[in-house]
Design a protein around this ligand. Structure first.
Ligand SMILES: [Zn+2]
Length: 594
């Protein structure tokens, strides 16, 4: 038990009490007590969760909302899909009771079954309009024995007020924003603590098997945290008192959501480090990259953030043109800092960078939308992907990362400064708070000794190609070439488990010219009078050989079609396969951050 300050402190404006109503029905029960409601008290639920730029309509999972004061029902008038108004007697606490259906395994909403519970305040906690600036309490009630397994624990980055040894009990948030920004994990999870730059960090892992090497993940995560803190502050401490990683291991999940002093992550169980295995799998590197990415966000987007996010509007889309900076630059540094932390070598880092470069090059939408426009359109494009997405937009993650790379290499080449120094100066200039693109330009001018407006205009606000290859070559890198994969040569994206299914046709490619379409099932190939059943895309060269004209047999809905496919030798010869170090002196200066 921690000290029970709750008994002496004044009653909080809002007190949320969350109980597990029914694990098999995936229902949380919430009781919200508002100590001093307004006469016409408005309650609302967010439509989105900061960090994930999509209107998700969390209210669709809220049910059976009732209100009462001193035991008497209070009339609730629904004003919109996520807004209600209660006609209250002032001077009396208002109590709201409702249930929230929680059955989404992602990090963005809430989840509850007999194995595990997870929740975000944006999904479970109604906003009492007019009172959201005030401190509030969150009570997480311990469940009874749910299964034959070990007892449940509870973890969150919120400040404990009165909690038991398992972490259930009462927590405090400074305001609704902090409540909404502090996810809660419940279950029989693995957990351990470490210190980084004098600050306590907790690592919580749900869903791990007995093979999980927790100590290794703990040590590697600690190295990442120390490297990121040193990146921003040198030997000074970070701007938070505690930090919690909430990692849920699933069969094949991947994703994360950043918060001000915690992060919720999903990783594949097979990618966790295993006892007795010293090697680093590609999957484990990906997981470490995710950890590094979300932790870097603690500075870059949670504190240093778009001026438009100075105050979140939970009721609608919050637009910004700056996701290329906040997601792109974070993506640039996530893997680079793994390298600087000594967790991956030159070759592994360059392989990851090569993948990012290839992804941008294979996205025709880069010639249609600028990365600033793509940021603004995130709500309807990046977060609502369909078969046309690669043709219509560019990822502000991947192209944004390459803008960061180009800036860093340009600054280093001129010898005045580096992107590291720019990030640190931006932090100082904006006092770790809201910023605009003008701030980026001003810091660049100050540190580089010249304006980089022309570069930003071209790289961020036009669709011109980035000078990635020239800059990498100037820093001692050499491109390697290899045959382009068949999907790339044909200009399509497809899955080939249980037959070949076309997922997307890229603008201007062989498949588009032939008239293939997303959704087509590619059944076979006719080459020089012979027909072949096609099981996987990789078999196209096997049957086609040197033929430049073949016929594809495809099934579209209930029609069988014969499609003339012109294979151009030039399309399938070679493409940039990656990058390797050719001049280690020049390469080391950049890769090691000197
Ligand atoms: Zn991110």
């Amino acid at each position: 038990m921690s000290s029970s300050t709750i008994l002496t402190a004044p009653a909080p404006a809002c007190h949320y009490r969350i109980t597990i109503a029914d694990v098999h029905a995936h229902l949380f029960h919430v009781r919200l007590t508002i100590a001093e409601p307004l006469a016409e008290q408005v309650l609302s639920l967010p439509v989105w969760i900061p960090g994930s730029y999509l209107v998700r309509e969390f209210a669709k999972n809220l049910q059976n909302l009732r209100a009462h004061q001193a035991g008497r029902p209070v009339a609730l008038q629904q004003q919109s899909k996520q807004r209600w108004q209660a006609a209250c007697q002032t001077g009396q606490p208002l109590v709201l009771e409702y249930q929230v259906y929680a059955n989404d395994p992602s990090v963005r909403t809430a989840s509850l079954d007999a194995q595990r519970g997870f929740l975000n305040g944006t999904s479970l906690c109604l906003r009492a309009e007019g009172l959201t600036e005030q401190a509030c309490l969150l009570d997480i009630v311990a469940p009874g024995q749910l299964t034959e397994q070990a007892a449940w624990q509870c973890a969150t980055a919120l400040t404990p007020v009165q909690t038991d040894a398992q972490g259930f009990g009462c927590y405090q948030a400074a305001d609704y924003d902090e409540l909404a920004d502090s996810p809660v994990e419940m279950g029989a999870f693995w957990s351990a603590n470490f210190m980084a730059a004098g600050v306590s960090h907790r690592l919580v892992v749900a869903g791990a098997t007995p093979a999980f090497d927790g100590q290794r993940l703990l040590q590697d995560t600690q190295r990442i945290c120390e490297t990121v803190i040193a990146f921003w502050h040198g030997t000074e401490p970070p701007p938070f008192q505690n930090y919690v990683f909430l990692l849920n291991a699933t069969a094949d999940g991947y994703g994360g959501l950043e918060h001000r002093h915690s992060t919720a992550l999903i990783g594949a169980r097979k990618d966790l480090p295993r006892l007795g295995q010293a090697s680093t799998s590609e999957g484990y590197t990906t997981l470490l990259g995710l950890i590094s990415h979300e932790y870097f966000h603690t500075w870059n987007v949670k504190r240093l953030r778009p001026a438009e996010f100075a105050r979140y509007d939970y009721h609608q889309e919050n637009y910004t043109q700056l996701l290329w900076f906040f997601e792109g630059f974070t993506s640039y540094y996530d893997d680079l800092l793994l390298h600087r932390a000594g967790l991956i070598d030159d070759a592994s880092y360059l392989k990851l960078l090569g993948k990012t470069i290839a992804q941008v090059q294979q996205t025709p939408g880069r010639l249609l939308q600028t990365v600033a426009q793509a940021s603004f359109d995130a709500w309807v494009k990046y977060y609502r992907q369909d078969e046309n997405t690669p043709n219509a937009t560019i990822s502000y993650y991947t192209k944004g990362a390459l803008v960061a790379l180009c800036l860093d290499l340009t600054l280093r080449q001129e010898g005045q400064t580096s992107l590291d120094a720019v990030m640190q100066a931006l932090w100082q200039r904006c006092a770790g708070g809201p910023m605009t693109e003008a701030d980026v330009r001003a810091v660049l001018l100050q540190l580089a000794g010249r304006s980089l407006d022309a570069e930003l205009d071209t790289w961020v606000h036009s669709t011109a190609e980035l000078p990635v290859a020239a800059l990498l070559a100037a820093h001692g890198m050499e491109a390697t070439t290899e045959p382009a994969p068949i999907a790339q040569a044909l200009g399509l994206r497809a899955t080939d488990k249980n037959g070949i299914r076309v997922q997307g046709v890229l603008r201007g490619g062989v498949a588009e010219r032939a008239g293939m379409a997303a959704g087509d099932e590619w059944l076979g190939l006719e080459v020089q009078g012979q027909g072949w059943r096609l099981q996987q895309l990789a078999d196209v060269p096997l049957y086609a050989g040197n033929a430049t004209q073949v016929t594809a047999l495809v099934c579209r809905g209930d029609r069988l079609l014969r499609v003339a496919l012109g294979l151009r030798v030039a399309d399938s010869t070679s493409a940039v396969g990656g990058w390797k170090v050719a001049d280690s002196t020049r390469a080391t200066a950049w890769l090691s951050g000197h």
